[in-house]
Design a protein around this ligand. Structure first.
Ligand SMILES: *Cc1c(COP(=O)(O)O)cnc(C)c1O
Length: 377
């Protein structure tokens, strides 16, 4: 059996090695390290793939979130609602910009922001909602856009984990995750579904004026060379990373399909295991791109399973072990434990199994039979 890994970037690289190596060589020869032709080409190709007017590349996904919020001109004290069960980057940039983060609970079946909790959290100070498309599945965007419209709020999609996923609207039409809200942020961190070989990120929007503001913000607030109209940042995607991403983009749908097939095989193997809650999804559709395969261990044996798998040489992880409202940096007297029943349960039950584009059936059979034997013993 091939070595089990949480993410197997080496095997993926070997399949695109020629294109990647020759593009990198070309950049080295031309010394077009910054803002070279590969950055522009990748930006255009990603705009076409997503069906969005503007992609603005930047240095990483956390910057992308921060810059999106700067572009919307949110002011200190404005409240930004996001999910309690996610990676900290979202709430971190809200805090850095002196906006007020408002964490709300998530839904058990999708692990995405709870629409009921979101509605309850809206106050006259609320200015934006940040749905996180967690683990590769878009949040309930129809409901979120409706709420945003009623209350005149911005929607900033955190699409770091769901690039390539589709969202199916109530009327059956489909839109790519990340092009539904007013603006979106994504990450090209190596292990993300579209990852480069270092750090990278991007902002997407269909709003021409916002795109123009953001293009200045990523470049020190300059709209004309050496004229600084607003306070900006320095956040660039470098040419080598853009070349890697441009080599991978044509394969993104194939990568998503490989992840979905792995998830399907996991689910099938766990079908008769009463101690697991597996992620429901439609294999015919394309709404879940499985950045992570996260399931729930419902018999209280999560930590025991984690230890057992680690001892058996099967990599696994807990995404996420601590709710954001319980983190020292984000604690707030406004939060009450009873407002977060789902997140508080998820942090005790979730476990993530190896998930990447190169998983084969032999590996999945080994992983799933080890888990089934342990939990049903
Ligand atoms: C990875 C990630 C980010 C941050 O991306 P970086 O490129 O690492 O800064 C933000 N939000 C979520 C949900 C993520 O998974």
């Amino acid at each position: 059996m091939r070595k089990l890994q949480m993410v197997d970037l080496k095997s993926q690289y070997e399949k695109i090695k020629e294109t990647v190596d020759s593009s990198i060589q070309e950049i080295l020869e031309n010394t077009t390290y910054i803002n070279g032709p590969h950055v522009h080409a990748f930006q255009k190709n990603l705009e076409t793939y997503l069906g969005v007017k503007h992609v603005i590349p930047c240095a990483n996904g956390t910057d992308a979130l921060q810059i999106a919020m700067m572009g919307l001109d949110l002011k200190p004290g404005d409240e930004v609602i996001t999910a309690d069960f996610t990676f900290a980057a979202t709430v971190e940039v809200v805090g850095l910009l002196q906006l007020t983060p408002v964490l709300v609970d998530v839904e058990m079946d999708t692990m995405n922001i709870s629409i009921e909790a979101l509605k309850k959290a809206i106050t006259p100070k609320t200015k934006a909602i940040v749905p996180v498309h967690l683990f590769g599945r878009a949040a309930n965007m129809d409901a979120i856009m409706q709420i945003a419209k009623e209350h005149n709020l911005y929607v900033i999609e955190d699409n770091a984990q769901a690039i390539g996923a589709n969202y199916t609207h109530a009327d059956g039409s489909k839109t790519k995750a990340g092009v539904i809200g007013h603006v979106a942020a994504t990450s090209f961190f190596p292990s993300k579904n579209l990852g480069c070989y270092g750090d990278g990120g991007a902002i997407f929007t269909n709003d021409d004026a916002l795109a123009h503001r953001i293009r200045g913000i990523v470049n020190h607030g300059m709209y004309e060379r050496y004229h600084h109209d607003v306070i900006g940042v320095n956040s660039r995607l470098d040419s080598i990373q853009a070349a890697v991403l441009d080599a991978k983009l044509p394969f993104l749908d194939t990568y998503s399909a490989a992840r979905r097939l792995a998830a399907f095989n996991y689910n099938k193997a766990f079908e008769n295991n009463p101690n697991l809650g597996t992620p429901a999804f439609d294999m015919e559709g394309d709404d879940h791109v499985f950045h992570q395969y996260v399931m729930r261990v419902t018999n209280g044996q999560r930590d025991a399973l984690l230890a057992h798998l680690q001892a058996a040489g099967i990599p696994c992880a807990i995404y996420y072990p601590i709710p954001l409202h319980s983190q020292k940096a984000y604690a707030d007297t406004r939060y009450k434990e009873e407002d977060f029943p789902v997140t508080n349960q998820l942090v005790k039950e979730v476990i993530a199994l190896p998930m990447h584009t190169e998983l084969d059936e032999e590996q999945i059979t080994f992983i799933t039979s080890t888990i089934n034997t342990f939990l049903n013993a």
